[in-house]
Design a protein around this ligand. Structure first.
Ligand SMILES: N[C@@H](CCC(=O)N[C@@H](CS)C(=O)NCC(=O)O)C(=O)O
Length: 281
C-alpha cells in the first residue's frame, strides 16, 4: 500500500476536473445542461451516436440488416460528440435520460419510438426485422444470455480495466491488478465458449456477437487500450479466430466507420445518410 492512501471525508464532495480523461464531462447529476433539438433525417431510423464500442454495435447491426436486404433499416446517423457534452442537450436527454450514446429513434410508425441502451437497441432491431436473434426458445435464450453477459461484463473491462490502465491520471497497481484479472477471466470465458462453436451463441452470427465483438474482439485484435501485450491476448486463440472473422465482414467494416471522427481519414464517416456515404471505391 502507498503511504499516501486516501482517507475519504465523511461526505463526498464533487471536485470538477479531477484530471482523468473525460473528467470535463463527468458530473454527479443527471439531466440536460442546455437546450438543443436533435436533427432528424428522412429515413425510418435515426441514430444518435459515436463510434465507440457501445456506439458501433448499433451501426454494425443496421449495416448487417441492410446487407440482408431489409430496406426498412435505412438510417440517418448523427454525430454526438460526447467530449463536447452533446449528450446533455435537451433533445438527446429526451431520447436517453441517461445521457449516453447510442440512442435510436424509430419514426416509421404513427408514434416515434425511442430506444436507449445498446443491448436494448440491438434487441429492438432484431425483433422489428426478425433477424440475428433465433426463434427457437432455447437458442433465443442462449443468445439473450450472452447479450446480457456483455452488458454486465463490459463495464468492468471499460470502466475498470480500460479506465485505470489507459485513462486514469496515475497508474494504481491495486486497481490495474484487480481489473486485469477480471479482464483476463472474461477473455477466458469467451475463449472457452468459442472453442466449441463458431459464434458466441451457437452456429449462427447473432446480436450477441455484435454486442461482444466491439469490446472483446477489438481488444484481442489490439485495437482497444493498447493492452494486447499486457493482457497476453494471443493466449485466447479461439477468441482471436472469431475476432478476425467478424472484423472481415463487410457490414462490420462499414458499421465501424459510422460516426467515427478519428483514425485514418478513409475510415471516418462522422454522419451517414445514405449507403453511398460508406463507399470507399
Ligand atoms: N450501457 C450503455 C453504456 C453507454 C455508454 O457508456 N456510452 C458512453 C460512450 S461508450 C457515453 O455516451 N459516455 C458519455 C458520458 O458518460 O457522458 C449502453 O450500452 O448503451
Amino acid at each position: 500500500m502507498s503511504d499516501t492512501s486516501y482517507l475519504p471525508p465523511k461526505v463526498w464532495a464533487w471536485k470538477p476536473g479531477n484530471g482523468g480523461k473525460f473528467a470535463n464531462i463527468n458530473r454527479p447529476v443527471a439531466g440536460a445542461t442546455h437546450d438543443r433539438e436533435l436533427p432528424r433525417g428522412r429515413h425510418p431510423l435515426q441514430l444518435y451516436s459515436l463510434a465507440t464500442p457501445n456506439g458501433m454495435k448499433v451501426s454494425i447491426m443496421l449495416e448487417e440488416l441492410l446487407a440482408q436486404g431489409h430496406a426498412g433499416a435505412e438510417y440517418d446517423a448523427w454525430l454526438i460528440r460526447i467530449e463536447e457534452g452533446d449528450q446533455f442537450g435537451s433533445g438527446f436527454v429526451a431520447l436517453n435520460p441517461n445521457s449516453k450514446i447510442p440512442a435510436l429513434l424509430d419514426q416509421s410508425g404513427p408514434q416515434p419510438v425511442r430506444v436507449f441502451e445498446s443491448g436494448a437497441i440491438l434487441h429492438y432491431l432484431a425483433g422489428r426485422f426478425g433477424a440475428f436473434l433465433p426463434d427457437d426458445p432455447a437458442a433465443r435464450s442462449e443468445c439473450m444470455c450472452w447479450l446480457f453477459w456483455q452488458m454486465g461484463s463490459a463495464p468492468l473491462l471499460g470502466g475498470g480495466f480500460g479506465h485505470f490502465y489507459a485513462y486514469a491520471p496515475e497508474k494504481f497497481e491495486y486497481a490495474i491488478d484487480r481489473y486485469a484479472m477480471e479482464a483476463k477471466r472474461q477473455l477466458d470465458v469467451l475463449d472457452r465458449q468459442l472453442a466449441t462453436r463458431d459464434y458466441i451463441a451457437g452456429d449462427d452470427y447473432s446480436i450477441a456477437d455484435m454486442a461482444i465483438w466491439p469490446w472483446y474482439g477489438q481488444l484481442v485484435l489490439g485495437e482497444l487500450y493498447e493492452a494486447a501485450e499486457f493482457l497476453q491476448v494471443r493466449e485466447y486463440r479461439h477468441l482471436l479466430r472469431w475476432a478476425g472473422q467478424i472484423a472481415a465482414r463487410p457490414a462490420v467494416i462499414r458499421g465501424r466507420m459510422v460516426n467515427r471522427t478519428w483514425g485514418e481519414p478513409d475510415e471516418q464517416q462522422p454522419e451517414r445518410h445514405a449507403a453511398s456515404d460508406l463507399d470507399r471505391g
